[in-house]
Design a protein around this ligand. Structure first.
Ligand SMILES: [Fe+2]
Length: 201
């Protein structure tokens, strides 16, 4: 299984294609640039199974229209955010699993950046697509409509911090990092963990 990253638009959002050469793929968070995403799928002889969204923000979804013109595939988003998108979507919820070849992506509901933010965890590859929840050196904003600072703290402390040091994160912005790096260097993450631990007392 391979991962292609496209950096999309001025905000430099990461779109990922999880694929097996000559076989099927998932498209995660297609920001701008439907043309090059579709071209990549043709060049690698890929049949997309679905668009998977970590959340509804415009920088993660702008290429969906162009992709759907080429491919008749479903668009999945957490059921709490379906109402926010002006297009037909399939709802997903915590624990849902998407299969792709030998790999699986498990939906992990991690609200905070938005009410329906999710991560996609792939145990076979020991990776997680984290959207705008946790980046390498920051965490996502919680100031937008549907965001919640305390939900973010609970998502980080109660869910993400359970992941092993070796899990590699593929976030919605910036580069990849493993959990060991995040625990050591991500100041926002460390602050969130401190708050979380204080609340557990
Ligand atoms: Fe976002």
């Amino acid at each position: 299984m391979e991962i292609k990253r496209f950096v999309c638009g001025d905000i430099e959002e990461n779109c990922y294609i999880l694929y097996e050469e000559g076989s099927e793929c998932f498209i995660i968070d297609p920001g701008e640039g439907a043309g090059r995403i579709c071209r990549f799928m043709k060049e690698h002889d890929l049949q997309p199974k679905a668009v998977l969204l970590t959340h509804h923000h415009h920088d993660h979804i702008s290429a969906i229209g162009g992709i759907l013109k080429e491919y008749d595939i479903p668009v999945y988003i957490h059921e709490a955010e379906q109402w926010r998108l002006p297009l037909s979507t399939e709802g997903m919820k915590d624990g849902d699993v998407f299969e792709l070849g030998d790999c699986s992506l498990t939906v992990v509901h991690t609200p905070g950046h938005s009410e329906g933010s999710v991560c996609f965890l792939c145990p076979e590859m020991n990776i997680a697509f984290t959207g705008d929840c946790v980046f390498s050196d920051e965490i996502g904003y919680t100031i937008f409509d549907g965001g919640s600072k305390w939900a973010m703290i609970d998502s980080i402390g109660g869910i993400i911090d359970k992941w092993d040091d070796s899990v590699v994160l593929y976030p919605g912005h910036f580069g990849t990092a493993d959990m060991a790096y995040v625990r050591e260097n991500n100041t926002d993450y460390r602050k969130a963990m401190k708050r979380y631990m204080e609340r557990q007392k």
